[in-house]
Ligand binder design. Sequence first.
Ligand code: CAA
Length: 257
Amino acid sequence: MSYETILVERRDRVALITLNRPKQLNALNVQMARDITDAAQKFDADETIGCIVVTGAAKAFAAGADIKEMTDLSYMDAHRLDWFHLWDRLADVRKPMIAAVSGYALGGGCELAMICDFIIAADTAKFGQPEVKLGVMPGIGGSQRLTRAVGKAKAMDMILTGRMMDAAEAERAGLVSRVVAPEKLLDEVFDAAKTIAAMSLPSTRMNKEAVNAAFETGLAQGVRFERRLFQATFAMRDQKEGMAAFVEKRPPSFSHD
Ligand code: CAA
């Protein structure tokens, strides 16, 4: 797999997607949306991959959608092309995805990180939805995912003022799961990704689906959905293996089915 705007590699059962437009601070143009979603879909379909990591560069995870590409866009073009629809494909990925964020994660960059299942950040990370300063607004789900992640008060503050949130504030607000020193970022993320990738793949898919249901349904419906998924795990060989391994005091050997 080789792409124009990203680098991809795999380490055992972990896939790494590195955004690679450093001169533009990884501004997300359409080609990048195509490349990232194509790579993520291919890794999602590859049963030898258990977790996908998305990262950028030290200065910028991504400084937003490519403003230069959008400047002359007309409403009819945006509507006809359904501008940004490609990113929905990333939200449909069923395997766990972790964003490893260092530096700027602004606009579409923050939105890309939030499409991932959780964010581990370097203490240099800066998150923001500054679209209002450009006379526009978030367009890749920021107004929805940021609000669900940090609540209405902070989301309104961020989106209406366009201010940035540093890594410490992002962790306090619940946007980020862990903050680490920049030089430890990829090691920390790979450790988490390897841990996830060693679990039973159907089980991780179901766990991800159940947590996501908390954002899309009411509590009673979500709890019922979780219970059905829980019961479904008893159809899996990995449930028998995981529980037998515990009883026999040995590590499990999952066959991912
Ligand atoms: N789109 C296009 N190019 C961008 C870009 C973007 N979002 N962000 C940075 N760049 C380019 C700059 O134009 C510059 O290119 P040139 O060297 O050719 O001039 C290069 O990257 C380096 O940027 P700066 O010189 O500005 O670097 P800096 O260190 O002085 O500032 C920054 C860094 C604060 C992140 C600043 O670049 C910035 O404010 N960028 C724009 C952030 C932004 O508004 N993002 C939202 C975009 S809209 C969006 O994302 C909509 C949506 O919901 C999806």
